[in-house]
Design a protein around this ligand. Structure first.
Ligand SMILES: Nc1ncnc2c1ncn2[C@@H]1O[C@H](COP(=O)(O)OP(=O)(O)OP(=O)(O)O)[C@@H](O)[C@H]1O
Ligand SMILES: Nc1ncnc2c1ncn2[C@@H]1O[C@H](COP(=O)(O)OP(=O)(O)OP(=O)(O)O)[C@@H](O)[C@H]1O
Ligand SMILES: [Mg+2]
Ligand SMILES: [Mg+2]
Lengths: 259, 259
């Protein structure tokens, strides 16, 4: 059965999509079969992997609505071992449309924890979440075995962490008792910047082992790669961004194996 | 009557809060009386201006719920001529709570367009929006005279713009016919980075005069200032961030006067 990991943080612009795409690509490069679920109405993960708007026929919205099966919604990307279920802005009406559905928090879980999924042969399923703690992110937390939290090395980023942890506790008590935090990964880290050092100290002091040893540096190649519709590992394999996400994949593999 | 401007973009981390705080402070420095409305459950604008959690007694949530008047919710900040209505995470339940309220999109407008508001003597009201096109951002668009859109100089940032413009058109047709786009301001701009130049070219080519001449450079003093609970104009008045927001305030004043 695949390890299902939600990449979430309600703070915007902290590197959720960049981590989903590049951690996914690094795991795939090491031989794992990886499925990405784009759960953000912005559809940045889909765009960052070259799925044009007109190619998004069966989407995550259709999956949650029960109109297509997982198999029908999965598309191959240009990267070996890396597939994706793409997203469109249709997802943004999920909040309103699912209001009266009492099982609204379990819709994604029902799809990803179905018996058929193990026949598809994935080792990892990574879910890219939108910047909010709405019904979409809750769906991801209920479906997932664990949560990976990108933490930007900036002042505002730390503030939202306690709210995120409260939400995880809520979800654990009401819908998914096994949900755990896989880890917190520092992103856009700049050694020359005092703020980065301070945020790292704070995070490691308060959250100890929950914080990955691997730190993702600020690296312009990471922000250029999506405009070429490929992960940074394809765009510039020798970049600091590529080696950081390879190190993160290795650390994640070690953590998942030990569970 | 004050000019009411919503600072919005559903893409996360593009500089909405940084622009609300520092544009507000630059307008206040020039003698305008400015009120900020923190409409983001993260409450970053409130934190960035030193309003501690325990000081957030009357909040934007209470205002929308009709439990307090605007006058009761307004707090002075450490900056002369700059006041704020603070936010807490209570706001994040607004989506669900307001579902059955047919006037749910007009709640903030009813408060900010009330006759009493002109007696408070504000020249500008700036609304900091969350990273989503949910009921809170729609409330801001219905209440506002215009929209100011921070656009991060990055690839993913351009993608969301068309969706934002569609939402503005919707709001204009259904609830606020006078809503216009005040302008698009490029943020975190780095002249040495090809991507920044490309995004600027694309933006100016497609949106012409809508794009402010003033560009906000990437400047570490902007990200340090919130940890000292003051705008960058107070933290480091001589920094590139301070002069950029002063230039933006000047340009905005000129645009607003010409309307
Ligand atoms: N380590 C990094 N170095 C440099 N740029 C980065 C890095 N990580 C992400 N970026 C860039 O920063 C911006 C924000 O990252 P990204 O879009 O992945 O964040 P997000 O959390 O998914 O945002 P949202 O909240 O909108 O979903 C993007 O333009 C991305 O290319
Ligand atoms: N011009 C700039 N130069 C350097 N850092 C900046 C600049 N503008 C914003 N920042 C930093 O980038 C991060 C994101 O900015 P900010 O929080 O203002 O964005 P936002 O759009 O309000 O995010 P959200 O979508 O979560 O509300 C913050 O840590 C902020 O301090
Ligand atoms: Mg994203
Ligand atoms: Mg903000």
């Amino acid at each position: 059965d695949p390890a299902i990991i939600a990449i979430a943080n309600q703070k915007g612009g902290v590197g959720k999509t960049t981590t989903t795409i590049n951690l996914g690509a690094a795991l795939a490069e090491k031989g794992s079969r990886v499925l990405l679920i784009d759960l953000d109405p912005q559809g940045n993960a889909s765009t960052g992997l070259g799925i044009d708007q007109e190619m998004r026929k069966a989407t995550t919205y259709d999956l949650i609505a029960g109109d297509v099966t997982l198999k029908q919604a999965i598309q191959q990307t240009s990267v070996n071992n890396l597939s994706i279920v793409p997203a469109t802005t249709d997802l943004s009406s999920a909040d309103l449309e699912l209001i009266d559905n009492t099982k609204r928090s379990f819709l994604l879980r029902d799809v990803l924890r179905d018996d058929d999924v193990s026949t598809l042969g994935f080792d990892y399923i990574l879910i890219d979440c939108p910047p909010s703690l709405n019904i979409l992110t809750v769906n991801a937390m209920v479906a997932a075995h664990s949560l990976l939290v990108p933490l930007q090395s900036e002042f505002f980023a730390l503030e939202g962490l306690s709210q995120l942890i409260l939400t995880v506790r809520d979800v654990r008590q009401t819908a998914n008792p096994d949900l755990r935090i896989e880890g917190i990964v520092l992103t856009m880290y700049d050694r020359r910047n005092n703020l980065s050092l301070q945020v790292e100290d704070d995070a490691r002091e308060n959250m100890g082992d929950m914080v990955f040893t691997t730190v993702i540096p600020r690296n312009v190649r990471l922000s250029e790669a999506p405009s070429f519709a490929v992960p940074v590992l394809t765009y510039d394999s020798g970049s600091k961004g590529s080696s950081a996400y390879r190190a993160l994949a290795k650390e994640l593999n070690a953590r998942t194996k030990n569970k």
